[in-house]
Ligand binder design. Structure first.
Ligand SMILES: [Zn+2]
Length: 407
């Protein structure tokens, strides 16, 4: 009889231990190809080896471990998440999805359990993209899709990606060898904290991800006419900030009506003076949905609404797209495996989309993917206040155990 409670304790204490490896003295910050990345790989690699896995580091600095099957020519499944963090981040985002499977695999090894496939666990070196401002560097190396232009990206200290790889003992030209042969690859599973409040709101420990939302981002600006706050009568104004205020509310309204999420999170106003009518306001738009068509329909409505606002207020609107990623749908068969596993634990099954990006997005290029979300406190992440409950880890372990044995 597996003692999931005892394993969950180990998961919690290992998350604490790994969460202490940081390039900052004040908060958790562990970025790609740093000394702390190396230290994390060594610590976690040690746990993998202890759990009976064969371990190695790939050409992109990802930490890999394999629970080998004795079946000749066995196919393989991948499981994993990332080991990097954002600056001032939490200790569960990413790490939970590496540590939990290791502790579970330790149990499988101890019980002498035989799998008919190799189970490869990956701790990705970069998901957050905080060092080089490009996300998913680790998982994209596995798909063989590192664009040539990444040769030129630099961190905030001016260190190029090839130089950072070299300092880590790696070689940009050899990263292509991290690409994995997907002929025998049956699928990828990722466990991650939800990073949102839905599971907590539903009073559930875990949920199955239906799809990872595709995002589009825009830089928008409105040009009006700056003027004296005392002398220009209201009907004669071309107030850029007032126009943008109306546009932001339109974004919110359309998002609500279309069942998507849209956010204006950044705003810059000029001249930004207490007695000056705003002449120029720049703002961001981030729009997401698990369904690209739904997102694009909402986007079209937003654009036509804000163009109408600009025309009515006699200001000039400019829009530039800065990012576009399609949504990724999780594999129906793998989702069923996770749903059955949750049912087996006696919990209600909830399927929900992921609004945040994950390594599974990149891996979907080479095999079917599925994700299990675990509840986190108030949905908080990318924050030292990120927290989970040990009793949810107990359920997660049981779900993963059941899922792995029924793949
Ligand atoms: Zn993450």
């Amino acid at each position: 009889m597996t003692d999931y409670g005892k394993i969950a304790q180990q998961v919690m204490s290992r998350c604490d231990e790994l969460g202490k490896i940081s390039q900052s003295d004040e908060y958790l910050d562990r970025r790609y190809l740093t000394a702390e990345h190396k230290q994390a790989n060594e610590l976690v690699g040690g746990w993998m080896a202890q759990a009976g896995m064969k371990t190695w580091q790939d050409e992109a600095g990802n930490l890999c471990g394999r629970l080998e099957s004795k079946t000749p020519n066995a196919p393989r499944y991948l499981i994993g998440s990332h080991l990097d963090t954002v600056p001032n981040g939490g200790k569960y985002d990413g790490m939970l999805g590496v540590i939990t499977p290791i502790c579970l695999i330790q149990e499988l090894t101890d019980q002498g359990f035989e799998l008919p496939f190799h189970l490869d666990l990956v701790g990705f070196g970069d998901e957050e993209g905080t060092r080089f401002r490009s996300t998913l560097l680790g998982s994209r190396a596995l798909t063989g899709k590192w664009p040539e232009e990444w040769r030129k990206v630099e961190d905030s200290d001016g260190v190029s990606l090839p130089d950072a790889l070299k300092a880590f003992g790696l070689d940009f030209d050899k990263v292509k060898h991290a690409a994995i042969d997907n002929r025998n690859l049956l699928g990828y599973l990722e466990l991650h904290i939800e990073q949102g409040p839905v599971l907590e709101d539903e009073n559930l420990p875990v949920g199955v991800v239906s799809a990872i939302a595709g995002a589009k981002r825009f830089d928008l600006s409105v040009k009006g006419m700056a003027g004296h706050a005392g002398t220009v009568p209201m009907p004669l104004r071309q107030d850029a900030l007032c126009a943008v205020s109306e546009m932001i509310l339109a974004v919110e309204k359309v998002a609500q009506e279309h069942g998507i999420v849209a956010t204006v999170g950044e705003i810059n106003n000029r001249p930004n003076g207490v007695n000056v009518i705003s002449g120029y306001t720049q703002f961001s738009l981030d729009i997401r949905s698990e369904f690209d068509e739904k997102r694009d329909a909402g986007l079209a409505k937003i654009m036509s609404d804000i163009e109408m606002i600009a025309a009515r207020r006699n200001v000039i609107l400019e829009a530039k797209q800065t990012h576009a990623a399609p949504s990724v749908h999780c594999d129906p068969a793998l989702q069923t495996v996770l749903r059955n596993a949750i049912e087996h634990t006696g919990h209600r099954v909830l399927t929900l989309p992921s609004g945040a990006g994950h390594d599974a997005m990149a891996i979907a290029d080479i095999c079917p993917v599925a994700m299990l979300f675990m509840r986190c406190d108030k949905g908080i992440s990318h924050n030292p206040a990120e927290a989970i409950m040990e009793r949810d880890v107990v359920v997660t372990l049981e779900v993963l155990d059941h899922a792995i044995q029924n793949l």
